[in-house]
Each structure stands twice: as C-alpha cells, then as structure tokens.
Ligand binder design. Structure first.
Ligand code: FES
Length: 447
C-alpha cells in the first residue's frame, strides 16, 4: 500500500485521498476479472480510435478493435464522423475487416447488404422476400457515440457518460497551448504483448522505475523526486511534470555541473556552447528557453509562441483513465495505449503513436525508432519480442511486462506494496474497482 506521505510532490490543488484497496494478482491474471472489465469498464469510457486527418472524404473509415468488440468510425457528408458497431444487423457478420479504407457504401461480405456512410441500409438481395417488406431505409447499423478533441477521434459505447471534453478535463485546457490540431502522425506501431493491459498502465502511472529501467534518461530529464510534480484529477486522469533539458539530481553530473551527453548536443542544436555551462549544467534549461523563444519561429516552430516556459523545455506526461498515455514535449507528442486481448487476460495489445508539428522545410524527424520521414506513417503491427522495436524507451517498458506477469502468477505474491509517489497507481485501481464493482475492496487506511 502507498504510504501517507513522502518526499514526492503531489500538487496541493490536484491531490486526492485514497481508500487503500488491495491490488492483488487476480486483476492481472483472471478471466473472471477480465470479463467484468468487458462488461462494466470498456463500454463506459471514452476510447481513442483514430485521428481526424485519417478521414479525408465521405465514406472514409477507420476500424478499431478493442478486446472482442470492434467499432468503425466513418466520415459523413457533412464532414462529421459517426461510429458504429462493426456488425451486420442481418446475421451479425463483421462488416469491415481491415484497419482503414473508404467506400461510398459499407458492404457486408456475407450476403451483400449495403449501408450508406450514415449507417442506413440501402441495398439487399431479394428485397421483396422479407415478411415486413423491403428493409432498406428502415434498418441501420447500431451507432456508437463519437466525438473529437483536437486531432483525435474518440468513441464511447455508453449514452450516459459525459461528453468527451468534460470527460477529458482538465487536459484539453492544459494541452491547448501546444497547438496539437494539425500535428502529423509520423510513427504508428502496435504489438501483441504477453502481459495484462494494466501492467503498462501501472508503469506509466509512476516514474519510480526510471532510474532502473531507463537510466539513460537521467542525462536529459531530471527525474529526481523533489523536482517532479504529480497531479491527480477528479476525472480519474493523472499527470506528471518532469523537468527536461537538465540532468537528474540522481545523476552525478547534476552535482558536478558537468554537461552530460546528449544534453551537450541539444545545447549545440540551439546555438549554445556546452563549454559555457561547465560546472553549471543545470543552467542550460533556462538558456534553451531563451534560445527557443528567439530562434524557434525562424526555424519553423510556429507553435512555440503560445507555450509557457515550462512547456518549452519540460515533459508533461498525462495518464488518461483507463488506458491512454500522452507525453508532451514541444516538438513531439507520444501517445501510448494498451488494450485487452480478446480472450486472454495475460496478453494485451500495445499501441504507440508519435505525432509532431509540421515544420516548414523539415523532411525528417527523429522518433523513438530513429529518423523517419516527416509524413503520415503506415501502421506496423508486430509481436513484442520478434525483434521489431516499438520505440526505444517503450521497448524497455515492455521488457519488464512479461517478467512482471510471470511474477504475479506466483503463489508468493500477495498484493502491491507501493511508495507514496506511486499514488497514481493506487488511484487507477480504485477507480477501476468502482467500475467493475469488485468485492476485493480493502478499506483499511493507507499505511
Ligand atoms: Fe451481413 Fe448477411 S450477415 S448480409
């Protein structure tokens, strides 16, 4: 269980009390818990399904599978986007089998029923052979709520859930100055992985693992606890501000003032001489803010103008309930989600997008899989461990997932024993418990 207090900084404005529910292995390994999530969680939350830019003309669609469910989002004649369950009202055949496409009509591959982009049945074989007469114009695909935030398309299977922007609060407001609307998805990867979807959710809800799993980040991100700000919101989402362009207080160079690599290269990229900062490397962060303000617009970073100093150099890591992570830097946004496997609670599907602002003249951009063209990326799906990277830092996160899943299957594991800074992990599971109406709630006070 999480301790009541600690050295980490939870914002006084955005801190929340916890119950101390026990986090046992059941939720990571049992089919019964997975089925409760299928029944009570996934249909009642907003889920990221696509990007607005994927829908260029009427009839363009994106399919999104989630566990056993499948939804299609379709561009309408009035440029809006509607979503439908991906099932044919005739006898239930799945309508769309590919990830993305476009057509004037949605045609079922079984008996050829056809639907217009607004989901209305417009053509059947043998229309006179129905007891009630021709069903065209009377039957529709089953609709799902669909709303957009900036460049993103979300869907929700429940009619009682709040509208998307209220659901996401306060993050649309907190992220608006990055100007995400016209950003381009230059990396789109997914992978089957051998662990429950919540393992990576937990991982993204804490930074306690950074010194061990991502030690190289300590040369460019200050992951020291006193310098990291955590926030938890009533909506169930969380965030963390980490100081960027500064070595970690855990890294020897922070004390010595030596300029570590790659911070030296970043300084040079903004016309700063690392030698000027020897003995005071922490000052590079402020100097880069000034350099970005001065040089950014002429280098094509027109989005810098609205950003705060903090946004110009730091990392804003947002974990949205239940399964979405958005990590912001001014030049790149990483979006990661984990989704349940259709039948196996000990597997999941990991998704990793990178979106970047369009910068005039820039032909290539560096991503977690190396340099890629500055253009919309194709989706690449793999099986984690087959040698294809899902992004350098994400590879490190996923590398621990399988071994944690194995350990959670041990008779020797009791329940999680959390630090104070892992409060967001605790919060995630308590909210999850509220959804699945679990009987495992432990109301003991935090110790
Ligand atoms: Fe779709 Fe028959 S199941 S047309």
């Amino acid at each position: 269980m999480a301790a009541e207090s600690g050295s980490s900084r939870y914002s006084a404005e955005f801190d929340l009390p916890l119950r101390g529910d026990a986090i046992t292995a059941e939720r990571y390994i049992s089919t019964a818990f997975m089925e409760r999530e299928s029944e009570h969680l996934w249909p009642r939350v907003w889920l990221l399904g696509a990007m607005v830019a994927e829908f260029e003309q009427e009839g363009d669609y994106v399919r999104h599978n989630l566990g056993k469910e499948s939804v299609i989002m379709v561009r309408q004649a009035d440029d809006s986007i509607k979503a439908f369950y991906n099932t044919c009202p005739h006898r239930g055949n799945r309508l769309i089998l590919g990830d993305i496409g476009g057509s004037e009509r949605i045609t079922c591959g079984y008996h050829g029923w056809q639907y217009s982009s607004d989901g209305l049945l417009v053509h059947v074989q043998d229309p006179d052979d129905f007891p009630g007469g021709d069903p065209c114009g009377k039957v529709s695909l089953s609709e799902v709520r669909c709303e957009t935030w900036g460049p993103f398309v979300f869907y929700c299977m429940d009619t009682d859930v709040k509208p998307l922007l209220e659901w996401l609060a306060p993050l649309p407001e907190r992220l608006k100055d990055y100007g995400l609307d016209n950003w381009i998805r230059v990396m789109y990867l997914s992978a089957d992985a051998d662990f429950n979807w919540k393992i990576i959710r937990d991982n993204f809800n804490e930074s306690y693992h950074l010194p061990t799993i991502h030690p190289e980040l300590s040369t460019i991100i200050n992951d020291g606890l006193p310098d990291t700000l955590f926030e938890m919101y009533e909506s169930g989402h969380n965030s963390m501000w980490m100081k960027g362009h500064q070595a970690s207080t855990r890294n020897p160079s922070f004390q010595s003032g030596e300029v570590p690599s790659p911070l030296d290269d970043v300084a040079r990229a903004w016309d700063l001489d690392p030698a000027d900062f020897e003995g005071r490397s922490a000052d590079i962060r402020e100097a880069i803010i000034e350099a970005k303000r001065r040089l950014g617009p002429e280098r094509g970073y027109s989005n810098y103008v609205n950003m705060s100093d903090q946004q110009l150099v730091d990392y804003f890591h947002c974990t949205l309930f239940p399964n979405l992570t958005i990590t912001m830097s001014p030049e790149q946004c990483q979006i990661m989600s984990t989704e349940p496997h259709p039948t196996d609670p000990q597997k999941c599907i990991f998704h990793h997008w990178v979106i970047v602002p369009p910068v005039e003249g820039m032909k290539e951009v560096v991503t977690p899989i190396g340099p890629v063209p500055m253009e919309w990326a194709e989706h690449r799906h793999s099986v984690y461990g087959d040698g294809q990277s899902v992004g350098f830092v994400a590879d490190q996160d996923l590398s621990i997932g399988a071994s944690q899943q194995q350990g959670l299957n041990s008779r020797g594991f009791n329940s999680c024993f959390l630090t104070y800074q892992e409060k967001r992990v605790q919060r995630f599971h308590e909210l999850l418990n509220d959804y699945v109406d679990t009987d495992t709630i432990n109301t003991e006070a935090l110790t």
